[in-house]
Ligand binder design. Structure first.
Ligand code: 3PG
Ligand code: MG
Length: 439
């Protein structure tokens, strides 16, 4: 990696503004997965141990910009309001704004993360600011001692974050002698705290933390210098999200395995009926192009040969459900495929186990339902059993699936970034990394 890291700068006594990704899953105010917090700790501890004043900032979820006067509603909310009779719209808008102001501060606050950091790092060492660049943040930053930490409130409460507002960036830059990006999970976003503050020239020293360094070294290395055979496993519902990923990975890997909802567009492109299975009819030609590309390059492109089908999609998602296994050519017209079948599982497991490098992004079926989780589970098990292989799990759903199925500690690397790792797999340059100082 050619970017400077916190090791390359003197941080003693300096105010280090550290962008982390504390967008952790929460249920009723309780953090349900701490992978991202743990991922940020080496950087935070290093900065504390080296006498920096550590100012942490992150977004959480997709809140309204409640700190910004006259903030807007979401697209969905606007659409719902526009669908109402004209005379009801003003009142509905007022109510939606009141709701946001009442609910968002509880639902999207970073306060529970601050509490967790206090437990890990010491209650006296970690403060929480109730705003981002307001009076509370200013006072707490001014009072920061060397080796101590303040976490600012959710940056997306201010419209300036996603809007890359220069005034917002300037206020943040006033807190900052050294900018550190360690938010790998958000490095594909070009927002105020992830990139714009540096791009506007408001901070001169901009380096990455250990999490970004590690994520990049493991994943970029696997992509650029893989020990072969290199097998890539892609799943998930939507093919449209993975078009460039498939294209780029076909160039790099030896075998590309496709499963999950997106595989049925390929099956349709092969000329088979897929019943009510997920399909993106606009991408049939794309699938044909990719099958041809694989053939031309001499790469293996593995697609399901059988499927687990159901009549109706389970509702709730983990409800008991009747299933049937069918050959991929025989998906009944009134049924839909929700997992890969046993022959496919065995074929995929063989390919995965013979690999020396495996990257995986996206589940093979509706893994949230135990009856439809076999494909994802056997895939994860094959990764866990791949002898001497580097095994990398792209974040998001795949990371959740591997953790839920109990294979997390068997993997070489589980990324803290879903969207970000996918963009790396696409071969894109991530804005949160591109803006940092070169070595
Ligand atoms: C994520 O969870 O994908 C990252 O934290 C980025 O969040 P976003 O998708 O809301 O931008
Ligand atoms: Mg996301």
């Amino acid at each position: 990696m050619n970017k400077k890291t916190i090791r390359d700068v003197d941080v003693k006594g300096k105010r280090c503004l550290v962008r982390v990704d504390f967008n952790v899953p929460m249920k009723d105010g309780v953090i349900t997965d701490e992978n991202r917090i743990n991922g940020a700790l080496p950087t935070i501890k290093y900065l504390m141990d080296n006498g920096a004043k550590v100012i942490l900032c992150s977004h959480m979820g997709k809140p309204h910009n409640i700190f910004t006067p006259g903030f807007g509603l979401t697209k969905k909310e606007k659409k719902a309001i526009e669908a109402l009779p004209a005379e009801e719209q003003a009142a509905a808008k007022k109510k939606a704004i009141e709701d946001a102001l009442a609910k968002d501060p509880k639902k999207f606050t970073l306060a529970p993360v601050a509490k967790r950091l206090q437990e890990i790092l010491g209650e006296d060492k970690v403060a929480f600011a109730k705003d981002i660049v307001g009076e509370d943040a200013k006072a707490k930053v001014a009072a920061l001692k060397d080796g101590h930490v303040v976490l600012l409130e959710n940056t997306r409460f201010d419209a300036g974050e996603e809007g890359r507002d220069e005034e917002f960036c300037k206020k943040l830059a006033e807190f900052c002698d050294v900018y550190v990006n360690d938010a790998f999970g958000t490095a594909h976003r070009s927002h105020a705290t992830t990139a714009a503050i540096v791009e506007f020239g408001l901070v001169k020293t901009a380096v990455c933390g250990f999490l970004i360094e590690k994520e990049l070294s493991v994943m970029a290395d696997a992509l650029e210098n893989p020990v072969r055979p290199f097998v890539a496993v892609l799943g998930g519902a939507k093919i449209a999200d993975k078009l460039n990923v498939i294209n780029n990975l076909l160039d790099k890997c030896d075998t590309l395995i496709i499963g999950g909802g997106m595989s049925y567009t390929f099956i349709k492109a092969q000329g088979f009926e897929i019943g009510n299975s997920l399909v993106d009819n606009e991408k049939i030609d794309y699938c044909k192009d990719m099958m041809k590309k694989a053939k031309d390059l001499g790469k293996k492109l593995l697609l399901p040969v059988d499927a687990v089908v159901v009549k109706d999609f389970p509702n709730p998602i983990d409800a008991p459900i009747e299933t049937k296994v069918v050959d991929i050519k025989d998906i009944p017209a009134d049924m839909q495929a929700c997992d890969i079948g046993p022959k496919t599982r065995a074929m995929y497991a063989d390919a995965i186990k013979s690999a020396k490098t495996v990257i995986w992004n996206g589940p093979m079926g509706v893994f949230e339902n135990p009856i439809l989780a076999a494909g994802t589970k056997e895939g994860a098990k094959a990764l866990a059993e791949a002898q001497g292989a580097t095994t990398i799990i792209g974040g998001g759903d795949s990371a959740a699936a591997v953790a839920q199925l109990g294979f997390a500690d068997k993997m070489t690397h589980i990324s803290t970034g879903g969207g970000a790792s996918l963009e790396l797999f696409e071969g894109k340059v991530l804005p949160g990394i591109a803006c940092l100082n070169e070595k």
